[in-house]
Write a protein that binds this ligand. Structure first.
Ligand SMILES: [Zn+2]
Length: 144
């Protein structure tokens, strides 16, 4: 059986929205820059004073602004602190237990890799007592 190549087999480019990489536009000459600092340096050449404080990133025609994602990755201690602030008298929630487990796991991994509990405390601020408290909480929760 001979199979002829059909036009279907041709690769077609999928239209993808182009993300603007140079999001900083010079208000004077419309040149674009990747970094605000770059624009700032360039803008000085126009000798029309300082770059406006309220300048915002923009995209040129046909391009979209990149999504600016804020990193919301706090350390375990911060998460615990937040959880405590939400309701210290409330029953230990599953989410907290999961957090404790993560904390205990991280601590155990650190010990396995040769770190002492003191070093771990220095690095993370989490004490050995805290870990054993967490261990207890996990145990209590799971025995119920
Ligand atoms: Zn300019």
């Amino acid at each position: 059986m001979v199979r002829a190549d059909t036009p279907k087999a041709k690769l077609r480019a999928t239209p993808v929205s182009v993300v603007e990489t140079k999001i900083w536009k010079c208000p004077k000459c419309a040149r674009r820059f990747k970094r605000k600092s770059g624009l700032s340096t360039h803008f000085k050449k126009h000798s029309v004073g300082k770059l406006p404080e309220d300048i915002a990133p923009s995209a040129s025609k046909g391009k979209t602004l990149p999504k600016i994602e804020k990193k919301r990755k706090g350390c375990v201690r911060e998460q615990m602190k937040k959880a405590r602030q939400k309701g210290s008298s409330a029953k230990t929630r599953v989410r907290d237990i999961e957090m404790m487990k993560t904390g205990v796991k991280a601590y155990e991994d650190a010990l396995k890799s040769g770190e002492t509990s003191q070093e771990y405390e220095m690095r993370t601020g989490i004490t050995k007592q805290k870990i054993s408290g967490w261990r207890q909480s996990i145990k209590n929760k799971e025995s119920k």
